[in-house]
Write a protein that binds this ligand. Structure first.
Ligand code: 2M8
Length: 444
């Protein structure tokens, strides 16, 4: 197949990437992958738009405006907008977003959100437009974007601390990353999870799971992890997505390092957009934005010289290393000293300095598994975020190295979902849209 083998020149790779995106194009939006992810996802569409803007700005704009059609009345941007049709009834049922009066009337969505990459995508698209077009583009999307940021602080920063909280691992985009699975394991689960994830019932659960029909089970979440994430979603659904009720009785309420690092960049981009169209952001929002940057520093752990996510309830850092440790580079607000500490981790061959960087879990972690989803493999979107962060701090050589190794993996195997950091071999879905789109961006 043209898009998986024999790519050499950048132009060939870009052509192959466009083909992957064409296959998953559903008119106004792009699905992440036809097999595993047949709906529209929030941060996927942002990364996709960042790639598409290089050859079709209008289509990239549609990718974003189609996301905004899913916005809840309270400002939340949901992490999935479902396609219609009977075959996907089960996916929509898992959420039943209509239980909450804020859910949109015309489209079916999830009741969770995902990292706020929208502002970055809007600005990146803006870079491709002339001044007048850019102003008009920003004017079109500003009200929804502002509403989203207001929601993030109003609903997800209830103590006005500057850090937003996430209520499910799916909100962080890093589903089964070790800090979450460890945090969830600290709680008592319904007995049925224990029974259903036993070896005895494995064949039965495997039969129900849709994902392992497409991808080898050693490349996906374990049955236990899948069931825990599922049961957490059911708990949130039972609370009808009411944040007060959820916080009253939730196993998972964390201030995610990746989410908040992305929020800091998003805030900068929102300010840029407002300035371009002569809008004044509300004072309270500006104060919250300022607080977030200061609060990021409270996630630093002196003993291990790293940043971590924090448990919202206990306020304890979750000392479990993962790719999130590198994301403050992308936030761009940390000191050069801190940035240097992160680069040390990236260079350390026992930690994140793998032959094919950057592993989603450091090589010396007990959790590390080269093929298991967010517990080891290299992902193109996190590489992209790290590259942008390194460039911002002037670590050009490190950024270039990650870019080159990313290119090698893609050239050899195609636009897979993730890759082994040990030898670059591919895993997961064969054609992940953000792998294609972000490769276009890195090569352009
Ligand atoms: C994965 O997450 C979804 C749930 O949202 C899943 O496991 O089914 C993650 O990799 C997430 O970051 C990504 O946005 C999504 C679609 O590519 O898949």
């Amino acid at each position: 197949m043209r898009y998986t083998l024999g790519m050499d020149e950048p132009a060939e790779i870009i052509a192959a990437a466009k083909e992957v995106l064409r296959i998953s194009d559903r008119g106004d939006y792009t699905i992440p992958a036809a097999d595993l992810y047949p709906h529209q996802w929030l941060w996927d569409s942002c990364f996709i738009a960042i790639g598409i803007r290089h050859y079709d700005v209008e289509r990239a704009q549609k990718e974003i405006t189609s996301l905004l059609r899913g916005q809840w009345h309270n400002g939340m941007l949901p992490h999935i907008i479902f396609v219609s049709g009977r075959e996907h009834y089960r996916d929509r049922e898992l959420y039943r977003a209509e239980l909450n009066p804020n859910a949109p009337d015309k489209v079916s969505t999830s009741g969770l959100t995902q990292p706020p990459m929208v502002a970055e995508a809007i600005v990146k698209i803006g870079e491709k437009l002339d001044r007048a077009e850019r102003r008009s583009w920003y004017k079109d999307v500003y009200p929804a974007l502002l509403k989203h940021h207001l929601w993030l602080y109003n609903e997800r920063d209830p103590h006005d601390e500057g850090l937003t909280l996430q209520i499910h691992p799916w909100e962080t985009g890093l589903d089964n990353t070790p800090p979450w699975i460890r945090s969830l394991r600290e709680h008592k689960f319904p007995l049925w999870i224990k029974i259903a994830s036993s070896n005895f019932l494995k064949p039965l659960v495997n039969l129900i799971r849709r994902d392992t029909r497409f991808v080898r089970s050693n490349e996906r979440l374990t049955n236990f992890e899948t069931l825990v994430l599922y049961s957490e979603q059911m708990r949130i659904r039972r609370k009808a997505y009411d944040i007060d009720k959820i916080l009253d009785d939730s196993l998972f309420a964390i201030e995610d390092l990746t989410f908040n690092s992305i929020l800091i960049r998003a805030n900068h981009n929102l300010k840029k957009i407002a300035k371009t169209i002569d809008k004044k952001l509300p004072e309270k929002l500006l104060a919250s934005m300022h607080k977030t940057e200061a609060a990021l520093e409270t996630l630093w752990d002196e003993a291990t010289s790293q940043y971590y996510s924090r448990n919202f309830v206990t306020h304890n850092l979750i000392i479990e290393p993962s790719i999130a440790a590198l994301m403050p580079l992308y936030a761009g607000c940390i000191t050069r000293e801190r940035a240097k500490e992160i680069v040390k981790l990236l260079r350390d061959k026992k930690s994140f300095g793998a032959k094919f960087p950057v592993p989603s879990v450091p090589l010396n972690s007990d959790w590390f598994d080269p093929y298991r989803y967010w517990q080891g493999p290299v992902w193109i979107n996190t590489n992209w975020l790290i590259i942008k962060g390194l460039e911002r701090y002037g670590f050009e050589e490190e950024a270039e190295h990650i870019k080159l190794q990313t290119l090698q993996m893609i050239k050899k195997s195609g636009f897979y979902e993730y890759f082994s950091p040990l030898d670059g071999s591919p895993a997961g879905s064969k054609t992940l849209s953000w792998s294609a789109a972000l490769m276009i961006d890195l090569l352009s």
